[in-house]
Design a protein around this ligand. Structure first.
Ligand SMILES: [Mn+2]
Length: 425
């Protein structure tokens, strides 16, 4: 393979020779992401350790990461350190690695010094101009060409590539035409692998992918990837196969409670003489299992049915008719220390939203607020609470000038926003 160096010099990178191609397919690391305020960096580091262990134990020849290395365009420093460590360890093992940018990555930042890093066997494919330039491997059956498609943004590429249709399907089809043009020039029997960060029609999303649909229709038909030996997809966070040769590895960790039942990890793919032979799933370490609980607080705190959930990260929905006081504290201190999300869906409550107009028209403020308390709590305000509500209504009714006068008397005029004499800065 010949690649253009940063100053226009031609660097020669020889094809990598292996016995039979074994590819480890992963994606959507989202380094730097947390889970409902729980830091995940240690869990992400444990995944990187397990990935390296798999590479060694399974004699992997090629690692591919199909986008969303980072969670954000400007990732936190410790996430950059972890990515740096992962690449250094892969390079030290002399395992060729192809990494593309996803919709969460900044292509320019992830692709920093890509030409220099290529020399170490790590191929950062973040530039659309280079998507038809494959990384080449050789095994005893011949060459394998690996094309990395960065996330293709319809907004910017439709004009650049002069396409009629501004959609993910159109830009991906255009990119694949370039890949096929390159492939057609290569030796007969060259096997092909493509990395893409797309939502292929038929794929199932979860709650943790960022919407990819801005700028056009979001789905890409699977036929766009016909005739390739393997397509390593990223973007959807659940592992799934669209066809045996077109798969999502999913994210290595769960990033939303909608992924409670997911099995996380990577695909270990083998290519033989005729291309795709098999794919086996390699599970990733689980930092803490997820769980979802629903019921009345007292039952959740006492029923032995929930023993198995005590140590999990939990999403809890309480169904008590009356919203219990200090529910989060009671759940965490009483039994489930790792509750991360708490919701209320009272039993028997009519879920149909009411129009507020008939409830408030022609009624006193005091009646409206006391009714509101009864409606949300199902218990009317007691005498002390009524007095507080009354005082609050009274406070709201006082004219502003009266409030300011009181404040001036208290020598605190500057504390009232917008009060005369208050100066900006
Ligand atoms: Mn993602």
């Amino acid at each position: 393979m010949r690649t253009r160096g940063p100053t226009g010099t031609i660097l020669s990178v020889p094809a990598i020779s292996v016995a039979a191609v074994r590819i480890l397919h992963t994606s959507d690391w989202h380094l730097g992401r947390s889970f409902h305020r729980e830091g995940l960096l240690d869990a992400q580091a444990a995944f990187v350790d397990s990935l390296l262990e798999t590479v060694r134990a399974q004699a992997v020849d090629l690692v591919v990461v199909a986008g969303d290395v980072y969670d954000r365009a400007v990732p936190p420093v410790d996430a950059v350190h972890l990515a740096n460590e992962a690449l250094q360890r892969l390079a030290a093992l002399r395992i060729p690695t192809v990494i593309t940018s996803g919709n969460h990555d900044s292509a320019s930042r992830l692709g920093f010094a890509a030409d220099l890093i290529t020399a170490a066997g790590v191929h950062l494919r973040t530039d659309c101009a280079r998507l038809s330039e494959p990384v080449l491997l050789d095994d005893r059956f011949g060459p394998v060409a690996v094309y990395g498609l960065p996330y293709l943004e319809p907004e910017s590429l439709t004009q650049r590539w002069q396409l009629d249709d501004r959609s993910h399907a159109a830009v991906t089809a255009a990119a694949m035409a370039m890949v096929r043009a390159d492939l057609a020039q290569r030796a007969a029997g060259t096997r092909s692998v493509v990395l893409a960060h797309s939502w292929v029609t038929g794929g199932t999303p979860s709650d943790s992918e960022r919407d990819i649909s801005v700028g056009g229709v979001c789905h890409v038909p699977v036929a766009t990837f016909d005739d390739l030996d393997y397509v390593a997809l990223g973007h959807l966070h659940g592992r799934q196969q669209i066809t045996p040769r077109v798969r999502y590895s999913g994210s290595p960790l769960a990033y939303s409670f909608s992924e409670t039942d997911h099995v996380k990890g990577s695909w270990l793919v083998e290519l033989g003489n005729d291309g795709f032979e098999r794919a086996d799933f390699v599970a990733a370490p689980v930092p803490r299992r997820l769980g979802r609980l629903r019921g009345r607080l007292d039952d959740l705190l006492t029923n032995s049915r929930y023993d198995d959930l005590e140590d999990r990260w939990l999403q809890v929905t309480l169904t008590d008719r009356q919203r219990p006081r200090a529910a989060m504290e009671r759940l965490r201190e009483g039994r489930f220390p790792h509750v991360l999300m708490l919701g209320f869906e009272p039993e028997g409550r009519d879920a149909t939203p009411l129009s507020s107009a008939p409830i408030v028209t022609g009624r006193s403020e005091r009646d409206i607020v006391t009714d509101f308390v009864t409606a949300v709590r199902e218990v009317p305000a007691d005498l002390d609470e009524r007095a507080l509500l009354e005082a609050a209504c009274e406070g709201c009714r006082k004219p502003l000038d009266e409030l300011m006068l009181e404040a001036q008397r208290a020598g605190a005029a500057a504390e009232i926003p917008g009060a005369p004499g208050r100066r900006a800065g």
